[in-house]
Each structure stands twice: as C-alpha cells, then as structure tokens.
Design a binder for this molecule. Sequence first.
Ligand code: GDP
Ligand code: MG
Length: 166
Amino acid sequence: HSGFVAIVGRPNVGKSTFLNRVVGQKIAIMSDKAQTTRNKIQGVYTTKEAQIVFIDTPGIHKPKDKLGDFMMESALSALKEVDAVLFMVNATERRGAGDNFIIDQLKKVDQPIYLLINKIDEISPDDIMAIIDQYKSALKFKDVYPISALQGNNVPELIEALVKEL
Ligand code: GDP
Ligand code: MG
C-alpha cells in the first residue's frame, strides 16, 4: 500500500491544514493569504503497512502571468505522476469560477479523483448533500468525503480508503 497522492483545490480551501494533520508535522506553510505555498510540498504518511506521499499543488489556478503559466504547467505535470487526486472544495462557499477552472483541468486526469468537502465543522449536516450536489455531476469521482481538516472529522476514514486503493 504505497503511492503518491496530489491535493488540488483553490486557495484557502484547507489543503495545507489537511496535509499538516495527516502527516503530523508542519510541512506546508499555512496562511490565510492566497498562494503562500508556491511550490509543491510533500508530506509522507507512514505506517507499518502503508506509505503515502502527499503533494500539495497550489499552482493549479487560472494563470495571471508568465510565472503563473509556469507554475500551472509544473503543477499539471505533477498530476500525471500521482496514483490518486484529492480535489478539495470549501463547504462554506458556493462552487465558483476557481473550482470550475480546476474541474476543467481534472477532466484530463485518468487516475481516481476523490472529492473532499472541507470545513464541514462550519456548516449544518443538513447542508452537506446540497454542496455535494453542486459537484457530483462535474467529474467522475471515485468517492466523496465531507471532512474537517481542522478538527479531523472523517479524515481517518479517507486515509483508510486511500491505503486500500494504493
Ligand atoms: P490552502 O490555501 O488550501 O492550503 O488552505 P489552508 O490550509 O492554508 O487554510 C486556509 C484557512 O482555512 C486557514 O485559516 C485554516 O485554518 C482554515 N481551515 C482549513 N481547514 C479548515 C476546516 O476544516 N474548518 C475550518 N473551520 N477552517 C479550516
Ligand atoms: Mg496551502
């Protein structure tokens, strides 16, 4: 059970928070400011039976300039090398242009894609289905996990599923 898993999602959805929780160390730089983590930073989840290398891909967003183009290209090429992709969205916001841009990029990805609805600690459980409905027809998802990267809800279940997949 080992492999590479990329996390994609627009700025501030909680990618770094998730990574830091899962790998148990401060690896990715956390910030409220968009795009603080410019490089793909890897964290490794290791147990007796599994090793998952996580790749944070903050570069996947609509490029604004040449540097953005370059980051976008490198982030997309990183996606080709992974075994699974986690697409993280924010449960407290509606699906927007930033999400749609990423969805278009993910249409080119053949590996299993998991939809992570993050920040469920901030919404009512009754609203989770409505958020899933906004995304479920956009891409073919292997599975959907409503999670809280901050509080940990459903994160062990997701990791267990990834370990089985790899
Ligand atoms: P990134 O840009 O996708 O890497 O997002 P960050 O991990 O830097 O998180 C952006 C902000 O969202 C920070 O203030 C986090 O504390 C907050 N955040 C991340 N995950 C959660 C969550 O599950 N629940 C709540 N309430 N806040 C979260
Ligand atoms: Mg980050």
